[in-house]
Design a protein around this ligand. Structure first.
Ligand code: DC
Length: 226
């Protein structure tokens, strides 16, 4: 592994990984890898190409040749495109999450995306957000976090996000979807969602983002990464 430092932030959906990773990336001025977005784009590309998520070899082919780009818009939003088609919104829907979680369970898909994820590791450093950043993609990272929160709290956070975006959703159905996704992500045979042995566990249930970030930054300083 290269000498470029990596901080990995893994955990289930809705635990606050995205927010904490963005704050870390902004504060340290390091690059940012949203690995979930890559899986989401693979799921979306399948819909565009009329490939079933269950057709493992066709999905793996899409992942291996994925024509994806991430660009920063003037308002600071990250625009995600597949073959020049703007998929930024579509990949963030509940259906987008289900597709990502389904294709992410295919070993050949994970393998195809491994090299692409490691390419994000560039100076001065990388914040890697995902499920297997500390266990598989960057096992040599000097600092690893595993963020958790109760399923009920994660569902509520997601509910508020989606309502703010104008999506119509039901809280009980969201909770069910989160529990289903947790089970699928944790039980798959390759790269299941588990903390790396050397990861620092941070439970964000009932804790404000500011407090979680303060805890994380204290560890970054302790490690001499800032
Ligand atoms: O972080 P996210 O919610 O955008 O991720 C969407 C799905 O992608 C998630 O349910 C599991 C999968 N995923 C994964 O398997 N490995 C990663 N490193 C990141 C995401």
């Amino acid at each position: 592994m290269s000498a470029v430092p990596v901080i990995t932030v893994d955990g289930p959906s809705g635990a606050g990984k995205g927010t904490i990773s963005h704050l870390l990336s902004d504060t340290l001025g390091w690059h940012f890898l949203d690995s979930g977005a890559l899986y989401r784009v693979v799921g979306q590309a399948c819909l565009i190409e009329a490939v079933s998520w269950d057709d493992h070899s066709a999905v793996a082919e899409i992942a291996a040749t994925l024509d994806v780009s991430f660009t920063l818009a003037d308002d600071g939003e990250v625009l995600v495109a597949y073959k020049d088609i703007d998929v930024s919104r579509a990949i963030r829907t509940e259906e987008g999450g289900r597709g990502a979680s389904t294709v992410a369970a295919i070993p050949a898909v994970r393998n195809a995306l491994l090299h692409r994820q490691r390419e994000f590791c560039q100076a001065p450093g990388l914040i890697a957000d995902g499920r297997d950043m500390g266990t598989v993609v960057f096992p040599g990272a000097p600092l690893k976090f595993f963020l958790t929160a109760s399923a009920a709290e994660r569902a509520e956070r997601r509910y508020k996000q989606l309502i703010a975006k104008g999506e119509s959703v039901s809280l009980p159905r969201l909770l069910e979807a989160i529990e289903e996704r947790d089970a699928r992500d944790s039980s798959r045979s390759v790269s299941p969602l588990v903390p790396a042995e050397d990861a620092i566990l941070v439970d964000s249930s009932g804790v404000s983002i500011d407090q979680v970030f303060a805890t994380v930054m204290a560890k970054v300083k302790e490690k001499g990464l800032i």
